[in-house]
Design a protein around this ligand. Structure first.
Ligand SMILES: [Zn+2]
Length: 116
């Protein structure tokens, strides 16, 4: 009896390991274009539900409203500013970032717009 149980535990463990390896490979295989398609073209970041607690900062991907390049920006969640201006890393024009947060302080969305 005990022998059978150990055997199936072992099989499950091997299965989980194979799955983890497949998952790791899949993430490593992502090229920039498939990452782009994951993020979509909308300059809005919506992390969705089930966030693992509050983070002091988050990296979000947005699209430059001038040149259309995808950029990553670091949002400082310890600062209490609803918006800030940062230059595009590609075309160096100033982008206004508007940070929407939940009442808990968690990041809800980041929107970008031109400073014209
Ligand atoms: Zn730009």
């Amino acid at each position: 009896m005990g022998e059978v149980k150990r055997h199936s535990d072992k099989a499950r463990e091997l299965n989980a390991r194979a799955w983890r390896e497949r998952l790791t490979r899949r993430i490593a295989d992502l090229d920039p274009s498939s990452i782009d398609s994951l993020y979509g073209l909308e300059p809005v970041y919506e992390p969705g539900e089930g966030l693992p607690g509050l983070l002091p900062e988050e990296f979000v991907a947005v699209q430059c409203p001038y040149c259309g390049e995808r950029l990553e920006t670091r949002v400082d969640l310890t600062a209490d500013e609803p918006s800030y201006i940062e230059d595009c890393q590609v075309c160096c024009r100033p982008i206004e970032f508007s940070v929407e947060r939940e009442q808990t302080g968690a990041l809800l969305a980041v929107k970008v717009q031109r400073v014209d």
